[in-house]
Design a protein around this ligand. Structure first.
Ligand SMILES: Cc1ncc(COP(=O)(O)O)c(C=O)c1O
Length: 442
């Protein structure tokens, strides 16, 4: 089938997280990409303002990664990692471990952020069981948190529409921290807001309610992305860490978005100076070239589980056929080498100030009620249309696409997270286009 025939029939692909009928009535199709740009099927260049889906941190179709994937695929198309191994799996794990905070150097591979989250939750339960506290099964997430779409992830997640349809089947022992979004105190914060660290004290209240001896883990995104860019208040994450440590609860940072340079460091943990026990990651781990995710576990967690049974016993009954898939691993090795060689995390840090001022220049644009940012992430919250939440941001998104810039939106919040190779004039183009579009919508 040629590409014309394919796009004449859009009915068979049931699209994820998409208004299918709306999309298929007026599709937006991308057919190739290079560097900072996509090319649409109608031949237009689209500047990528969100690194695909927060994932193409090194920019598109980088030669080094493409070659590694091509070579990897031609050499070893698949190898099992159950009771077998292949060198690239170990090499990829070592390279991931080298970028993690000290001690979090035991890497469990998955194929997505959702799988990483479910794996981390299971590892937390397995850890407590291995040390004789199998009654610790309760998991604490946060309102507005996004942890993917597995049953574990939506249970600890806090995005209401993602949970509603499945509400009867969520994990039973879960509670949620309050979110930290409060425009009354924090509107137009540059970087971390000063107000809100006390919201972490809610964890102490929840822990007291359930009794610490029942709680396995707390999971949060250090900077929440998918809910519309919520930057943690100064001191908030450290408080969560302290409360978890006090009560023997594992702290999981979901770094599926923040991992690999988004904030100008390899991890948000490093950026904020707060070390969790487990880190979940995916997306930029291999520049999103081939599906891959991972959990980085602290050695203590890993060693406790590994050391618990007989030497010939499988220690963790968990894993995926494609854990450390050789082609995904080849892409990871090439990507992680590229990040280090080109100092892309430092580059992101060096662009953060420019990015911040360009984003905040939208402060006086029509309908803007908040701008917030950190590293190479920004959120612009719009006033909603009466009776039509999300409609205005959707229109802005479509018009930006027509004007040659890809942005993201969730509800009435626009989100920006370009590849870390973004140039100053491209930053200006992203936010300049948004301003023009905002001036044109009702
Ligand atoms: C923080 C976080 N966790 C988990 C996920 C789920 O990742 P995936 O879509 O790869 O399953 C995402 C996706 O955006 C995310 O942002």
């Amino acid at each position: 089938m040629n590409s014309r025939a394919v796009i004449d029939d859009l009915s068979t692909f049931w699209m994820p997280f998409t208004a299918n009928r709306q999309f298929k009535a007026a599709p937006r199709l991308l057919e190739s990409a290079k560097g900072m740009y996509y090319r649409s099927t109608d031949g237009r260049e689209i500047l990528d303002g969100c690194a695909g889906l927060w994932c193409v941190n090194a920019g598109h179709c980088r030669d080094e990664i493409v070659e590694a994937v091509q070579k990897g695929l031609a050499t070893l198309d698949f190898a099992p990692t159950f009771q077998m191994g292949h060198p690239l799996a170990f090499e990829a794990a070592s390279k991931v471990a080298a970028l993690m905070p000290e001690g979090l150097d035991r890497i469990f591979f998955t194929n997505s952020g959702s799988e990483s989250v479910d794996s981390a939750l299971k590892i937390a339960l397995a850890y407590h069981r291995a040390r004789g506290e199998g009654q610790r099964t309760r998991l604490i997430g946060r309102e507005r948190g996004y942890h993917g779409v597995g049953f574990g992830g939506i249970s600890v997640g806090g995005i209401a529409p993602n949970r509603k349809t499945f509400s009867g089947a969520l994990l039973p022992s879960v509670d949620h921290l309050p979110h930290t979004h409060d425009l009354e105190h924090n509107a137009f914060s540059k970087g971390q807001p000063a107000w809100g660290a006390h919201l972490a004290d809610e964890l102490e209240r929840i822990v007291t309610l359930h009794d610490p001896s029942t709680i396995a883990a707390v999971i949060v995104e250090p900077l929440a992305g998918s809910t519309g860019v919520l930057v943690p208040p100064i001191g908030y994450l450290q408080k969560l860490r302290d409360i978890c440590t006090k009560h023997g609860i594992l702290l999981i940072f979901d770094e599926v978005i923040t991992g690999f340079g988004r904030l100008g460091k390899a991890t948000a943990s490093e950026y904020f100076g707060v070390k969790p026990d487990l880190i979940t990651m995916a997306k930029a781990i291999n520049n999103a070239t081939v599906p891959m995710g991972a959990v980085a576990a602290h050695r203590n967690v890993h060693d406790t589980i590994i050391g618990a049974g007989a030497a010939n016993a499988i220690e963790l009954f968990h894993g995926y056929t494609y854990s450390a898939h050789p082609v995904a691993a080849a892409a990871a090795v090439a990507t992680l080498d590229l990040y280090v060689r080109d100092r892309l995390f430092e580059r992101a840090a060096s662009k953060a100030e420019k990015f911040e001022s360009a984003a905040h220049a939208l402060r006086d644009a029509p309908f803007v009620k908040d701008v917030r940012n950190l590293g190479l992430v920004a959120g612009v919250e719009l006033d909603s249309r009466d009776g039509a939440p999300g409609a205005r941001a959707y229109e802005v998104f479509v018009k930006c696409f027509e004007a040659g810039v890809l942005v993201r939106f969730t509800g009435d919040i626009l989100a920006f997270s370009p590849p870390l190779i973004v140039e100053d004039d491209q930053i200006d183009q992203i936010f300049g286009t948004v301003r023009k579009v905002l001036e044109s919508v009702k």
